[in-house]
Design a protein around this ligand. Structure first.
Ligand SMILES: [Zn+2]
Ligand SMILES: [Zn+2]
Length: 321
């Protein structure tokens, strides 16, 4: 089958990747649309030492699996867990000691014609949610996870650092919870800030921002050492810094502002899919305009190049039309 494969430090398109076969507790999905995320761009720089087919933001149709799922349009949670370890037993299965993560760790992902995932990871996509919206379920669930971890109130001054793919989802989630006027998106790109402003959220260009430790809650979605450094300098004493970025650092970061200001640093990763699907179906979070380029799988290498471009938001791969 067609696939993008990352091996020996190189991403390549192939026509001859073996089609995966589902085990008894797995389903075979024909991938229809997949999104390239910052994590994918990090993977091809060596993040997680991954080899295989990347891609974890996708929607497709179940081709083989239990009867109630066959033919259904689905998305899949990315953590594939053992159900037996201490983390699984304590209700923290996203932190399973033996987990594989679709397209990120130990398991082939979605930049291919077919993907196999555990049946329990599959969630059916309602009619009201198009493929172009469904590929945002995974990053939106990750954005919503912040609210599970930190209580955000109307009185809080919140700044989301980074106006990329994830930042634009995070800021919509947080603005939906707190008072819109108290949530600011900080970025480098006017087009992206305009996207937020259209939703009533204030966007501020980095060059216009006063970098002072004045914010109650700061969320770093930049995926860069510089962005994290800026975020560290914005949190008020005893404030909270939520780190959403996973990246291979290209330079050292000065952590002393976190010590001096006694900042609480919170790492935040994946969230549950059902909430994200509901928010998209109810149009509480808007994804129109977030897809900025679309490529066929065979042009996947070009798509990755495009996705590196800072003026892009979400670049997608059309795998089956
Ligand atoms: Zn992602
Ligand atoms: Zn486990």
């Amino acid at each position: 089958m067609q696939a993008l494969v990352f091996a020996n430090g190189k991403l390549e398109y192939t026509l001859s990747h073996p089609q995966p076969k589902p085990a008894d507790d797995e389903v075979l999905i024909a991938v229809e649309l997949a999104g390239i995320c910052t994590t994918d761009l990090e993977i091809i720089k060596g993040y997680m030492d991954f080899t295989g087919v990347p891609g974890h933001e996708f929607v497709g149709a179940v081709e083989k699996g239990p009867r109630d799922l066959t033919g259904k349009r689905v998305v899949a949670e990315i953590n594939c867990v053992c159900g037996k370890c201490d983390m699984c037993h304590s209700g923290l299965s996203n932190h399973c000691r033996n987990r594989q993560v679709i397209g990120i760790s130990g398991r082939d992902g979605a930049f291919a014609e077919y993907i196999v995932v555990p049946r329990r990871n599959v969630q059916v996509v309602p009619e009201a949610v198009s493929n172009e919206t469904a590929i945002f379920v995974e990053p939106l669930a990750a954005a919503q996870q912040i609210v599970q971890q930190v209580s955000i109130e109307q009185r809080h001054k919140v700044v989301v650092v980074g106006d990329g793919r994830l930042g634009l989802l995070v800021v919509q989630v947080l603005a939906g919870i707190g008072a819109k006027g108290n949530v600011v998106l900080l970025g480098k790109n006017e087009n992206k800030l305009t996207f937020a402003e259209k939703r009533g959220i204030q966007g501020v260009l980095l060059e216009d921002m006063l970098i002072k430790p004045e914010w109650d809650i700061v969320v770093d979605c930049t995926g860069t050492a510089d962005g994290f450094q800026t975020a560290c300098r914005l949190v008020r004493p005893r404030g909270k810094l939520i780190l959403k970025s996973t990246f291979v650092p290209d330079k050292p970061v000065d952590l002393s502002p976190l010590v001096i200001n006694e900042v609480t640093l919170i790492g935040s990763r994946c969230g549950p899919f059902p909430n994200a699907i509901n928010a998209l179906a109810a149009q509480q979070v808007v994804t129109n305009g977030l897809i900025t380029a679309s490529y066929k799988l065979q042009d996947g290498i070009q798509a990755f190049e495009k996705a590196k471009n800072p003026d892009q938001i979400k670049v997608v791969l059309e795998i089956k039309s």
